[in-house]
Design a binder for this molecule. Sequence first.
Ligand SMILES: [Cu+2]
Length: 187
Amino acid sequence: MNTQKKRKRTALYSVGAAAILAATLSMSTAMAATLDTSWKEATLPQVKAMLAKDSGKVSGDTVIYSGKTVHVVAASVLPGFPFPSFEVHDKKNPTLEIPAGATVDVTFINPNKGFGHSFDITKKGPPYAVMPVIDPIVAGTGFSPVPKGGKFGYTNFTWHPTAGTYYYVCQIPGHAATGMFGKIIVK
Ligand SMILES: [Cu+2]
């Protein structure tokens, strides 16, 4: 990377960081109004038990699923992982490899104290804008509750994907732009 590009990236990052802070502050108010009732609550031990139910197998930076029904269990910013990021099987933003025609049962949990996140699936790859404006191809999670009092929000949705390349993306402003996304290969 040349120096000019590096400077540009640093400048963009600063704008992104300020936008994240501003957006996070305004989102907490907006989310209180838009939060849907499909979110349930779990304690951290329950979150860890749920994460263990992911049916994939880790291979390098990929989680490979097999069978007619697969269980994808994703978290946002688990303790010890960088903000903002997703984790599946303790891997940061792994690529998920899913068999075409499978029924995909997705559970998304937000254990990130003080922040909301979403897990939305799209065909649109990076780069993402501060406001990604993604219309998910399946009804995704919407914005999670902000954890408080040792309780963490989680929700489920089902997806029947056809072969192709997809991405899972957080739609909270600034998160996808600063790396909160991963790839899904369905084949
Ligand atoms: Cu996020």
